[in-house]
Ligand binder design. Structure first.
Ligand code: SF4
Length: 341
């Protein structure tokens, strides 16, 4: 059985609430980007949070059923973390599942009690050995708790020791994540001799084998806690894709189509002869479309229209520049594809 936080995530219904980029550990494989690492910034998925409404709106945009609170170390901003747990539970109800990732350094009995009182459902520790005992305290306080660690090839001995510890204290789970290259950790990983798995976009070679070997060993040893392996394919092709499709369905403009990958497709049209306002009105009139079926891009530079009207638009606006584009349905709407028609 998966931890409840994973089930929400696998359905693509988990809001990722990044409460701070501050962390006082320095893991060489840390994947935090330059715009987050070491900075006291808050993001709800890709949205830079300026107020509580940003969080609620993003949760609504993906029809969130739960939230994963992460960082940095959220415990370094405990007041903020507690406030967000209460905000989400208050707005979406008790059934909105909330789990929290921490390296455990600043966890103690009082912190755990406050998290539990605020309504936290699940704790995921990524601890140094000196902080392992804190998982036991979380269990004593009745918090559903386990570990979440990367599968580092060659590091199986320490993961096995962690597994035995978790089993002894009757922890609720251990998640082992495939280790991945990203721009932020690529140099550090290469320096340590890790290479890219040629069958993957980002996975570290032998990370999967390391995780699966640990799971095999645990079965043979009669380890009772559930151990799950989370691959980068599951993260990208299942969790992220489902979240994008859901967000796309909710935020698509009337003239945008949501693809199977969760991307939004449409045409963009520009013409040197007419202003955007004139072009929009002309197209709506000539194509006999309601005004909401022709839009203007967020940067106000081009007119946007349904992709199936390519021929009609070419006839209505000869000489105009038309491109087919696909965008992510995120708050920042990064462009994925563009080609001229
Ligand atoms: S504990 Fe997490 S956020 Fe902190 S350095 Fe390690 S990987 Fe990065």
């Amino acid at each position: 059985m998966f931890p409840p936080g994973c089930e929400v995530c696998l359905r693509g219904r988990k809001l990722v609430l990044f409460v701070t980029g501050i962390c006082d550990r320095s893991c060489y494989y840390c994947p935090l980007s330059e715009s987050r690492k070491g900075l006291d910034v808050i993001y709800a998925d890709e949205v830079l949070v300026k107020n509580d409404l940003d969080i609620i709106l993003e949760a609504r945009a993906i029809d969130a059923e739960g939230t994963g609170i992460t960082g940095g170390d959220p415990i370094l901003k405990l007041g903020r973390t507690l406030r967000y747990i209460k905000l989400l539970k208050g707005f979406f109800g008790k059934e909105h599942h909330i789990h929290l990732y921490t390296n455990g350094r600043h966890i103690n009995r009082e912190v755990l009690s406050r998290l539990s009182d605020a309504g936290l459902d699940e704790l995921r520790f990524h601890p140094e050995r000196g902080d392992w005992e804190k998982i036991k305290i979380a269990k004593e306080l009745g918090i559903f708790s386990g570990g979440e660690v990367p599968a580092i090839p060659g590091d199986e001995k320490s993961i096995k020791e962690f597994v035995m510890f978790l089993d002894n204290i009757k922890a609720d789970f251990l998640n082992i994540n495939q280790l991945e290259f990203c721009p932020q950790n690529a140099y550090q990983l290469k320096q340590r001799g890790f290479t890219l798995d040629s069958e993957s976009m980002a996975a570290v070679l032998k990370s999967k084998e390391s995780a699966l070997a640990t799971i095999d060993w645990a079965e043979k040893e009669g380890i009772r806690i559930p151990i799950h392996y989370c691959s980068s394919v599951v993260k990208d092709a299942v969790q992220t894709k489902k979240r994008l499709i859901k967000r796309g369905d909710n935020v698509a403009r009337p003239y945008e189509k949501v693809s199977e990958e969760g991307l939004l497709s449409k045409l963009i049209v520009s013409s040197e002869c007419s202003s955007l306002r004139e072009m929009k009105a002309l197209l709506a009139k000539k194509l006999r479309l309601p005004p909401y079926m022709i839009g203007v891009s967020s940067d106000g530079k081009v007119v946007e229209a349904p992709e199936e009207l390519i021929l009609e638009i070419k006839r209505a606006l000869p000489g105009s520049k038309i491109s087919y584009i696909e965008e992510y349905p995120t708050a920042t709407r990064e462009r994925f594809t563009e080609y001229p028609c």
